[in-house]
Ligand binder design. Structure first.
Ligand SMILES: Nc1nc2c(c(=O)[nH]1)N[C@H]1C(S)=C(S)[C@@H](COP(=O)(O)OP(=O)(O)OC[C@H]3O[C@@H](n4cnc5c(=O)[nH]c(N)nc54)[C@H](O)[C@@H]3O)O[C@H]1N2
Ligand SMILES: Nc1nc2c(c(=O)[nH]1)N[C@H]1C(S)=C(S)[C@@H](COP(=O)(O)OP(=O)(O)OC[C@H]3O[C@@H](n4cnc5c(=O)[nH]c(N)nc54)[C@H](O)[C@@H]3O)O[C@H]1N2
Ligand code: SF4
Ligand SMILES: [Mo]
Length: 711
């Protein structure tokens, strides 16, 4: 049998690494990095290298399933499953209104280039406010600051031109995720080494010496949840030493005096005592960051989940603004983006569009509202469990795993189990799929056409990909966009897409569908497809937008006093010691190389590396507590108790336990922890310590006590 090698890109995660795939007898048998790709240069990670196994795995669903009355499962044709689900959804909407149907787009909805837009269109077409995505469990504070404070139309400095990079609670060497302008996910270690060779200075703030922290010029082992104090003091030093850009502030910024007054309380000594740093480290960070000409400060999930998420995001946004880390007239604008709707790239502030709070769709709980066009995940369990007008009775979970990903595992599990209808779109019988009434089995990435719209927030050039499906799916499996289109069609509505309503008479092919979805973008997906030679990337260098002059009529300015943030900072002078009383440790979240959240545990090579999510502790703490490496440890928060496997990690700050999320299952405990790990969300409650704007729960910096677990 001959082997044919085809070019494509990985969709195990959002990085979309360029790949070569060997196809034999209609199956993908091997993948590797594509050395000819100008951006990725052959890079892949261990997860992506398992794509062939993921597609061919015996655990993979090759047909849709329906739960039977005796608790077993029966296979059924996809069209039959869609008929039955649509009929039940229609009945629920007729009886209880459209808000009774919720849709949750999890991390694998994002990996399909049409997944999230189609999920949103479905909720919108149905008229349901109950649209959820993992963004509100992830990094919603950055969504908030963009809406609240506006943005620079021409874009922030990009990494390729930066001479400083400040990462706060972010480990992109493992996660392949950092905000645009920070380290891009393409061969991140090599890019960082190259950048450092040309003079870039790296500052990293993280309570553990993470993979990226090991490469830092200045490493700040900050106490988790105290980043606001650290950043306020850094800003104070920059203002005191006049290291900020006075011309830019004069021309484009309001509220500077309010910021200055609010940070005045945070001397390096006072803030250092709060956040566990030497005053000299804070001063050094301020000088290193502001002393550079180009490059941004940014956060990852660490600070977003550690309480004060929106306050920290505001301070980071302020730091970049007062140091003017933006592209200017005459330069190329940063992050050109081929598949995103084209917007002006002028050297001016793009006005804020605050889409949250009063006047936006309202949850029945905790005064939370839509953030953008979605409801915060914080309220999903209560919206399901609480009777009354608007109660959710059906949930469609696309590529998500709420059982392990949502705060308060017992509660979300109870909520999911109480639904009249739970549908999961999943490739295996994962923790949430197993509790569903129907599991719709989708095509996997190498069986689908896709565009690189998810990764284009990192490309510094107008790089675009259109990949064809390389192989047929091994069964009656369809693409997620076709599933939702099929449900909408049966329920009698058209999916509202950017380019207009999607035709209902016949399913458009994916290329046409993507054109409709991405209407208004720089180059339509069908054009990129036509321009694609041999599956390779197309770079539209001629279309890279230049920064245009500001519109003289524009009155938009950044307003750093908006949203009451200076007052919130002033109120924060005392810190969060009160909430931590009675607890000796703080538990911080992290990612592992061998999983993408909960995905990967069933793949041979990843399972062989490790099956649990160890509780990483400083060796001195282990010794003090009489715990040996490999022992079971009990970790107790105000909300619950879990048992983990101790691992000695000298890079973890004393008083901290660092453990990955999304392992284990509902009800997992000491008997199963070595084989499947444990869910840290058993330690989290969404009703306390949540962000009042985004609903983000405290999923990192969780106060806990630790002891050896003796059975
Ligand atoms: N305590 C704590 N909680 C957290 C976090 C944390 O750091 N700490 N992190 C949060 C973050 S950042 C996120 S994004 C969320 C993640 O939350 P979710 O997205 O809800 O969880 P995942 O584990 O990513 O779920 C992915 C699901 O997709 C399935 N899947 C795998 N491949 C495919 C495919 O090709 N197609 C389809 N349709 N499905 C597929 C997997 O089997 C799995 O069930 O968790 C959040 N929860
Ligand atoms: N291999 C792999 N890659 C992934 C994922 C995965 O599960 N595995 N998940 C994907 C997803 S959904 C996302 S959202 C991204 C996330 O990408 P990142 O945000 O880069 O996630 P992490 O690698 O967990 O890095 C967060 C860092 O924050 C630190 N931290 C925790 N609490 C605090 C705090 O209070 N303050 C500070 N300063 N630091 C803190 C942690 O120690 C950790 O090193 O990664 C994505 N990529
Ligand atoms: S970094 Fe992400 S896209 Fe790249 S090979 Fe790994 S899983 Fe695939
Ligand atoms: Mo995430």
């Amino acid at each position: 049998m001959t082997v044919e090698t085809r070019r494509t890109f990985c969709r195990f995660c959002h990085a979309n690494c360029a790949m070569l795939a060997d196809v034999e007898d209609g199956r993908v048998v091997a993948v590797r990095g594509d050395p000819d790709d100008p951006v990725f240069g052959g890079y892949t990670c261990i997860k992506g290298r398992q794509l062939a196994d993921a597609h061919n795995s015996s655990d993979r669903l090759r047909a849709c399933r329906k739960r039977t009355n005796d608790g077993g499962w029966t296979d059924l044709a996809t069209e039959t499953a869609l008929d039955e689900i649509a009929a039940q959804l229609a009945e629920i909407t007729v009886k209880h209104g459209p808000h009774a149907v919720a849709i949750y787009a999890g991390s694998y909805a994002f990996q399909n280039s049409a997944g999230v837009a189609t999920a949103s269109a479905f909720a919108q077409g149905l008229g349901s406010r109950n649209m959820y995505t993992s963004v509100t469990l992830d990094q919603p504070a950055k969504v908030y600051t963009t809406m609240r404070y506006g943005y620079w139309e021409a874009g922030m400095h990009s990494f390729d031109t930066a001479d400083v990079c400040f990462m706060i609670g972010n480990n992109p060497i493992v996660s392949h995720y950092a905000p645009p302008g920070s380290l891009p996910p393409f061969s991140p270690s090599r890019r960082l080494r190259d950048a450092k060779a040309r003079g870039l200075k790296l500052i990293v703030a993280d309570p553990r010496e993470s993979d990226v922290a090991k490469l830092a010029d200045l490493y700040l082992p900050v106490i988790p949840g105290e980043d606001a104090a650290m950043l306020a003091a850094i800003i104070r030093v920059i203002i005191d030493e006049e290291l900020y850009d006075r011309n830019f502030v004069g021309a484009h910024v309001d509220g500077f005096d309010e910021l200055k007054a609010a940070v005045a309380e945070f001397s390096p000594e006072m803030a250092g005592a709060r956040c566990g740093l030497e005053p000299a480290q804070i001063v050094a960070a301020a000088r290193m960051f502001a002393g550079a000409q180009r490059g941004i400060a940014s956060t990852g999930t660490g600070t977003e989940m550690a309480g004060q998420g929106t306050l920290v995001a505001y301070l980071v946004c302020s730091l970049n603004i007062i140091c003017a880390r933006f592209c200017q007239e005459g330069e190329l604008s940063s992050i050109p983006r081929v598949f995103t709707a084209v917007s002006p790239r002028r050297a001016q502030v793009g006005a804020p569009i605050p889409m949250f709070g009063k006047g936006f769709p309202q949850s029945r709980f905790r005064d939370l509202t839509h953030l953008g066009t979605e409801m915060p995940c914080n309220v999903l369990a209560d919206e399901i469990l609480t009777p009354g007008d608007g109660q959710i009775r059906a949930l469609i979970n696309i590529g998500g795993n709420p059982v392990v990903a949502f705060p308060d595992q017992d509660k979300i599990t109870r909520a999911l189990d109480s639904l009249e209808l739970l549908v999961s779109v999943d490739v295996i019988m994962a923790q949430t799929a197993r509790r569903s009434h129907y599991v719709l089995a989708p095509k996997m990435c190498l069986e689908r056409e896709d565009i690189s719209n998810l990764s284009e927030w990192w490309y510094e050039v107008p790089y675009a990909r259109y990949t064809e499906a390389l192989v047929e799916a091994p069964g009656d499996l369809i693409d997620e966009y076709a599933m939702l289109w099929g449900l909408a069609q049966r329920m009698g509505f058209a999916l509202p897409l950017a380019g207009g309503p999607c035709p209902v008479d016949a399913l458009p092919n994916k290329a046409d569908y993507l054109d409709l979805m991405a209407a208004g973008c720089l180059v339509p997906p069908t054009t990129v497809r036509a321009d694609t030679v041999d599956g390779a990337a197309v770079i539209y260098a001629d279309l890279h937008p230049k920064v245009e002059p500001a519109d003289p009529a524009s009155a938009s300015r950044f307003d750093l006093a908006a949203g009451g943030m200076p007052q919130q900072l002033a109120a924060n002078v005392a810190g969060s010691a009160g909430e931590r009383a009675g607890f000796d440790f703080l538990l911080v979240s992290r990612r592992t190389k061998t999983r993408f959240n909960s995905t990967g545990g069933h793949l041979k090579a990843l399972k062989a590396k490790r099956t649990t999510n160890p509780a990483h502790l400083n060796p001195a703490d282990l010794e003090r507590l009489g715990i040996a490496e490999g022992d079971l440890v009990q970790i107790e928060s105000a909300a619950g108790t879990i048992v983990g496997v101790a691992e000695a990690s000298p890079g973890v700050r004393p008083g901290i336990v660092s453990i990955a999320h999304a392992y284990g299952d509902a009800g997992s405990g000491p008997a199963t922890v070595r084989d499947q790990g444990v869910s840290t969300n058993r330690l989290v409650r969404e009703t306390s310590n949540f962000d009042p704007i985004t609903g983000q729960s405290l999923q990192s910096a969780i106060p806990v006590n630790i002891a050896r677990y003796d059975n």
